[in-house]
Design a protein around this ligand. Sequence first.
Ligand SMILES: [Zn+2]
Length: 76
Amino acid sequence: MPIYEYHCENCNNDFEYLVFGSEKPDCPSCSSKKVLRMMSACGFVSKGSSGETVSSSASSSSCNGCSATSCSSCSH
Ligand SMILES: [Zn+2]
C-alpha cells in the first residue's frame, strides 16, 4: 500500500496519506479537498544517502523506516 505525500493548497500543510485505490484525502488540518499529491518520498528511485540506487521492490519496506521520521530524510 503506497504512502503518498500531499500538499494542501489551502493551508500549505504537508502530510502523508496511505492511499487505497484512487482515494483522495482531505487535508487533516483544514479538511480542504485542494490537496496535491507529491511525487516524491519513499518509492521514488534516487541516489540516497547510501549512494546506491534503491530498487522499486524495496519501496514499501523503506517507507516503513522513513515514515517514522516523516520522510524528512528521504524526500528532502
Ligand atoms: Zn489544509
